[in-house]
Design a protein around this ligand. Structure first.
Ligand code: NAD
Ligand code: WQD
Length: 339
């Protein structure tokens, strides 16, 4: 079995990806400092897969402790690097923390990959690298605009750091995955998104409102120049994302890549408005949502969605789930975790 190091394995996307990797025959170890998670997802993973995953509780910005993991596991063939702080708003208030955590972690992992000869490296990037994109849908070639937050800058810099480091790291191939709006939960209802602070993203805000954790929610603006006036995004189910990571790894292992560093958008390839998302929630769950229309949220782009042909054609990846599946699984998870 090929051994993969998943960083941020107790987080939202990392934990779902571990399940998919195990299903596809990989041996997985995780490293997670729990700065934004706890151990609970490990038991979800065990219940779903029957496998107990070892998590190293290590802060990846600590180089010595990070290196020790590689000394213990010199046979790691690939790294999937999810670990990062991810709140756009917090990053504006604490940019130094974001730069320390996200940049040092990535740098240490690159140095360890170089030192220990890790062959495959997959980096969690984000649609936020596009900033206010000047064309829609965005392709991987759409020029990146100024980052709108320190968080987005850590993703732009992470990508640039990898491109530069690759010139020295001749034995490692890289994939940069730019996720659009990840949401939804595992079908088993044993894993899902568990925000450690008050949710800010649309789908958990919807489910938290419907369950009664919030009295009502606000749609941030219905006066945009879109089909119904609300903002448009590309919502992608977390298990489709998980599948994309397994496929990325298999793609590199089979040497199907033509460049040492390749970049892929991961979305559903279609835009859904906030009001359409709310309608999908009500229709797929039978719940009535208490919402009101409010002012625009500062910093929101009007519309962004991906062109995903590259991931489809090159890696054979195709999202299998839509906004209704997202809402249904996110709701089931909310009901369960609120009990
Ligand atoms: P998450 O917060 O649920 O998971 C990240 C995990 O990494 C957490 O468990 C956290 O404790 C851990 N971590 C953070 N810094 C660490 C460090 N220095 N050392 C060790 N562990 C550390 O986030 P997520 O939603 O699963 O996101 C995973 C990745 O995907 C992140 O890089 C994020 O920036 C990126 N991303 C997320 C979204 C999204 O909306 N969820 C969108 C685009 C990109
Ligand atoms: C989606 C839409 C809101 C909450 C963020 C990050 C981005 C990436 C993905 C990490 C917007 C509207 C939301 C609410 C609402 N993450 N909304 N009422 O802002 O597209 O992207 O997550 O890389 O970097 O910025 O996601 O879920 O916050 O918002 O009307 O209470 O829902 O205005 O149009 P966003 P979101």
């Amino acid at each position: 079995m090929q051994k993969v190091l998943v960083t941020g394995g107790c987080g939202y996307i990392g934990s779902h990806t571990i399940v998919d990797l195990i299903k596809n025959g990989f041996e997985v170890i995780s490293v997670d400092s729990h700065i934004n998670s706890n151990r609970k997802p490990l038991s979800g993973i065990r219940k779903i897969t029957g496998k107990t995953i070892k998590n190293y509780k290590v802060d990846l910005s600590d180089r010595t402790r990070t290196q020790k993991i590689f000394k213990d596991h010199p046979d790691i063939v690939g790294i999937i690097h999810f670990a990062a702080l991810k709140s756009v708003g917090d990053s504006v208030n604490e940019p130094l923390l974001y730069f320390r955590n996200n940049m040092l972690s990535t740098l240490n992992l690159l140095e360890c990959s170089n030192e220990f000869g890790v062959k495959h490296f997959i980096f969690s990037s984000s649609c936020s690298v596009y900033g206010n994109a000047k064309e829609l849908p965005v392709t991987e070639k759409t020029p990146l605009q100024e980052a709108e937050s320190p968080y987005a800058r850590t993703k732009q810099m992470g990508e640039q750091m990898i491109h530069d480091a690759a010139l020295e790291m001749k034995k490692t191939d890289f994939i940069l995955l730019r996720y659009f709006n990840p949401c939804g939960a595992h079908d088993s209802n044993l894993l899902g998104e568990s925000p450690t602070t008050k949710a800010q993203n649309l789908v958990p805000v919807i489910t938290e409102t419907a369950i009664g954790k919030r009295k009502s929610m606000t749609v941030f603006g219905d006066d945009y120049d879109t089909r119904d006036g609300s903002c448009i995004r590309d919502y992608i189910h977390v298990m489709d994302l998980a599948d994309a990571h397994t496929k990325s790894l298999q793609y590199l292992i089979k040497k199907k890549n033509t460049d040492q560093v390749e970049t892929f958008n991961l979305g559903i390839g279609d835009g859904v408005s906030v009001l359409e998302a709310i309608n999908a929630f009500e229709a797929s769950t039978g719940q009535k949502l208490n919402y009101k229309i409010g002012p625009r949220r500062a910093g929101d782009v009007v519309a962004i969605y991906a062109k995903i042909d590259a991931a489809q054609k090159r890696m054979g990846w195709k999202p299998q789930r839509d906004i209704n599946d997202i809402m249904k699984t996110a709701w089931d998870w909310e009901v369960k975790r609120s009990k």
